[in-house]
Design a protein around this ligand. Structure first.
Ligand code: PLP
Length: 409
């Protein structure tokens, strides 16, 4: 049996929606993107959503809109995908890395300690689809000490009046925190619709706004839209409708809009997300849980607790009492049996560009421990019960094989 890690979900409805776009005569940003934005608003309850061509470009756009520049600091967890910190670097600012908790998410106490007069934003990452403690993070940025040292240097920062809380919600569309949906828990919530994410547009991202009352979300949406289209006053779609050729470039914008041909894929998926795709993901997670719960060597990921429910993006299993090397041996064995697995994530201080900036993994012990013992198992709607059983046996077999060879050595 050969089991891939995360193939895209492409059914007849996806094919139909994409074909409809191709036949319509309009393939770049237009009606399908608008429809996808409205579906995301509906799913999350956020104020406005702007679709862009990746999470990464959405984060750069958000930070540029906020006025983040050289000399500023943005707090990010050490345990995340590199894009979280790279988006800060691309704005000329400095990412300040902090350690995470055993649930994989950013440690609010570490955030509180890292805030300085230079801090403009925090990017919290909802790892695997389990959401961060946003109430706690908002409390921290609204505490008197944090407010007193906040230094507003742009109109947006002035309106914000405090450090902005941004959600890296790349994993968490459909997840819940205190009865709220991912998309309304931070000031700005950014989703990824990359090929391996729960809802995909091949490549894509979405910026969902849930801003304080000092902002007009409709105006922010319009401005961010300009940001995504070179700062140009008239997009290609309205020009093609015969509303005149003349345009202006208002500021040095980016070019990061999502095309309709991509939005069509996500549009077909989001329409069946809550009642179908996420239910299927939950089915797989529960089958893993039922199997591994009786194995003393398996540390199960949190799927649900008092305040949160994941959207089942990753199944991040950890193995009790093994080293990084043994984990790697387990993975090699599992792959040999035909199952593709993954590790989420290599902590940033273990990557060359962050090492070169002076970060040292020794300063992030929880991130290292989470990483060293982690194996992400396949989880997607197309998996059958039989395949999941096979994956469970492959993991079990690899554990005992690695432990047996350890005893001999
Ligand atoms: C996938 C991912 C990103 C990047 O998303 P892109 O759409 O590929 O730019 C950012 N953060 C996390 C946590 C991710 O998993």
């Amino acid at each position: 049996m050969k089991i891939p890690f995360s193939p895209p979900f492409v059914d007849d409805d996806v094919l139909k929606e994409v074909a409809d776009t191709l036949r319509s005569g309009w393939i770049t940003t237009g009606p399908k993107v608008k429809a996808l934005e409205q579906e995301i608003n509906k799913l999350t309850g956020c104020q406005q959503t702007l679709c862009v061509n990746s999470w990464t470009s959405g984060a750069i756009l958000t930070l540029k809109w906020l006025g983040v520049k050289a000399g500023d600091e943005v707090i990010v967890p050490a345990y995340t995908y590199a894009a979280t910190a790279l988006s800060v670097i691309h704005c000329g600012a400095t990412p300040i890395l902090v350690d995470v908790l055993p649930d994989f998410n950013i440690d609010p106490a570490a955030v509180a300690k890292a805030i300085t007069a230079k801090t403009k934003a925090i990017i919290a990452v909802d790892i695997a689809g389990l959401m961060c403690d946003y109430d706690r993070l908002k409390e921290i940025v609204s505490a008197p000490e944090a407010l007193a040292q906040f230094n507003a240097e742009s109109d947006v920062q002035q309106k914000m009046g405090r450090v902005m809380v941004i959600a890296d919600a790349a994993h968490s569309i459909g997840a819940k925190y205190k009865h709220l949906n991912s998309g309304v828990c931070a000031d700005v919530n950014i989703f990824s619709m990359h090929a391996v994410k729960n809802i995909t547009t091949a490549e894509g991202g979405a910026i969902s706004l849930h801003l304080p009352a000092s902002f007009n979300a409709q105006e922010v949406y319009e401005l961010m839209r300009l940001w995504s289209l070179n700062g140009q006053t008239k997009d290609a779609f309205s020009k093609s409708n015969g509303s005149g050729w003349r345009y202006d470039i208002l500021f040095d914008g980016l070019k990061v809009n999502m095309p309709d041909i991509c939005a069509a894929i996500g549009l077909a998926q989001i329409k069946k997300y809550n009642h179908n795709l996420i239910v299927e993901r939950k089915r797989i997670a529960q089958q893993y849980e039922a199997y591994f719960t009786s194995r003393s060597w398996a540390q199960l990921p949190i799927l649900k607790d008092e305040h949160r429910e994941t959207c089942y993006h990753l199944y991040a299993l950890r193995i009790v009492g093994i080293t990084e090397i043994e984990r790697d041996e387990m993975i090699a064995h599992i792959v040999k049996l035909g199952v593709a697995v993954n590790v989420h994530f290599l902590p940033l201080p273990m990557l060359t560009t962050f090492k070169n900036k002076g970060f040292d993994i020794k300063d992030f012990p929880v991130s290292y421990d989470n990483y060293a013992r982690e194996i992400s198992l396949p989880i997607y709607p197309q998996l059958t019960t039989e395949q999941v059983n096979f994956i469970c046996s492959a993991v079990e077999d690899s554990y005992h094989t690695v432990k047996a060879s350890e005893k001999i050595a």
